[in-house]
Design a protein around this ligand. Structure first.
Ligand SMILES: NC(=O)c1ccc[n+]([C@@H]2O[C@H](COP(=O)([O-])OP(=O)(O)OC[C@H]3O[C@@H](n4cnc5c(N)ncnc54)[C@H](O)[C@@H]3O)[C@@H](O)[C@H]2O)c1
Length: 402
């Protein structure tokens, strides 16, 4: 039985480690953030995901799952570290690969010739090649003999424990041995999903292509919402009617696009192909500009823009998750603040008090204090209280009140 070390215990790494342990592997979870390792050692998960705490308890009780802040030798290393972007001095979006490189250097220090390294993080083309180089530099093993595969994670928060075992997996390997070893592990873990083997660059591009597909399609929906607003017609009714056509499936407009994936990954393509990626770029800008449109809409709807209190319902990036990364609702709040609008927010998945400089209050308080409500997300709590929201003047970004 193989020993697997999962490097990075966040939204992806932790559920992955739990799933691998549940499949019978000896799993060590490793993270550079001491607080994360301590919390997990103490039996408490630090992220919100349905069924995760129960699966965690089971895996720990089964004796196959341990946590450490020291990296030790292992047959297999999974790398699931962040891959954000940053804006350089000219404002261009660049992939920040420092976490991947540092994880690679750490793994390289304990790597043995027959070990396998699987990169699960979402990365720009040729990052797996860079990882192989770094592993070679640190381990002294010739680069061509290092077994590395890129197997991008494709789960959706909120349904991870199911999708980890049932989604198809792409194995983009740099050696035939890496392809075989990675395929065996994923096939052992998967219930329904199928493992599809390709090269590392195609696998990198595959994940970016999937998320960019979503971004472009949401941009179309967001563009329609702006056009419909000018026309004075209901975009949600329009999309519902258009989607009756058998070959049309328009996504739902929103306050923008957020999260660590869809709002980030298209930039990885654009960064390398700025001349070619015209639609991708325009879509990204369309989605990035949507919070500004919503802010203008709110401002023009207030009776007294200097006095009215606006309640923004939802700060995370999608319903019923706690992830605030790249959240367009937070961007909306920042724009409202710049425009001098008084506002509070209600994000039930974040602690009440101050969140990113925004006053976050419980739902009842938000509604009782608000003169105007903006629905940015269809959290279950908001859906269950549609009647109460409808009693106030509101702007619905997502069609929840339809
Ligand atoms: N969150 C999602 O829904 C999702 C879905 C599919 C793919 N992904 C991709 O998965 C990757 C991880 O995303 P996430 O959401 O899990 O990130 P996260 O921020 O939730 O977790 C990453 C963890 O990695 C740790 N870390 C950083 N450097 C490390 C190192 N050198 N060694 C060990 N640990 C280290 C951090 O402390 C953190 O706990 C990203 O590339 C992301 O694009 C995310």
């Amino acid at each position: 039985m193989k020993k697997i070390t999962v490097m990075g215990l966040g939204y992806i790494g932790l559920p992955t480690a739990i799933t691998l342990a549940g499949a019978g592997y000896e799993v060590c979870g490793f993270d550079v953030t001491e607080r994360v390792v301590e919390s997990l050692k103490g039996g408490k998960i630090h992220i919100v995901e349905p069924g995760l705490q129960e699966a965690f308890d089971q895996a720990v009780a089964g004796g196959h799952l341990h946590f450490s802040s020291e990296l030790s030798p292992s047959d297999v290393f999974y790398i699931a570290v962040p891959t954000p972007f940053f804006e350089d001095a000219s404002g261009a979006h660049k992939a920040d690969l420092r976490f991947v490189e540092s994880a690679g250097r750490m793994a390289g220090k304990v790597l043995r010739p027959d070990d396998l390294v699987i990169l699960e993080s979402t990365v720009p083309p040729r990052t797996t090649e860079m990882l192989a180089r770094v592993l070679g530099e640190e381990s002294g093993i010739p680069q061509g003999e290092i077994h590395v595969a890129h197997c991008p994670e494709r789960v959706i928060p909120g349904n991870m424990m199911y999708e980890l075992k049932n989604n198809d997996r792409i194995v983009g390997a740099r050696t035939p041995e890496a392809a075989q070893m990675a395929k065996e592990i994923y096939e052992h873990v998967l219930d329904k999903g199928v493992v599809r083997v390709t090269d590392d660059i195609t696998a990198e591009m595959c994940k970016l292509t999937e998320n960019t597909f979503r971004d472009v399609n949401i941009a179309y929906a967001n563009e329609l919402s702006v056009i419909c607003d000018k026309m004075g017609i209901d975009v949600f009714e329009l999309i519902k009617l258009a989607n009756c056509h058998p070959r049309v499936n328009i996504l739902t407009p929103g306050v923008g696009v957020g999260g660590h994936c869809i709002a980030v990954d298209p930039w990885f393509i654009y960064e390398q192909f700025p001349e070619e990626a015209k639609v991708i770029h325009a879509s990204r800008l369309r989605n990035e500009n949507k919070p500004r449109f919503v802010a203008e809409k709110v401002l023009s709807s207030l009776r007294d823009p200097k006095k009215d209190l606006v309640a923004v319902l939802g700060l995370s990036y999608k319903p019923d998750v706690d992830d605030l990364r790249e959240s367009p609702s937070i961007e909306l709040c920042n724009i409202l603040r710049d425009k001098g609008v008084n506002f509070i927010a209600c994000e039930p998945f974040a602690p009440y008090g101050e969140v990113h400089g925004i006053q976050n209050v419980p739902f009842e308080e938000a509604l009782s204090r608000a003169d105007y409500v903006v629905v940015t997300l269809g959290h279950s709590l908001f859906q269950e209280n549609r009647d109460k929201i409808a009693a106030k003047p509101f702007f619905d970004c997502v069609g929840m009140m339809e």
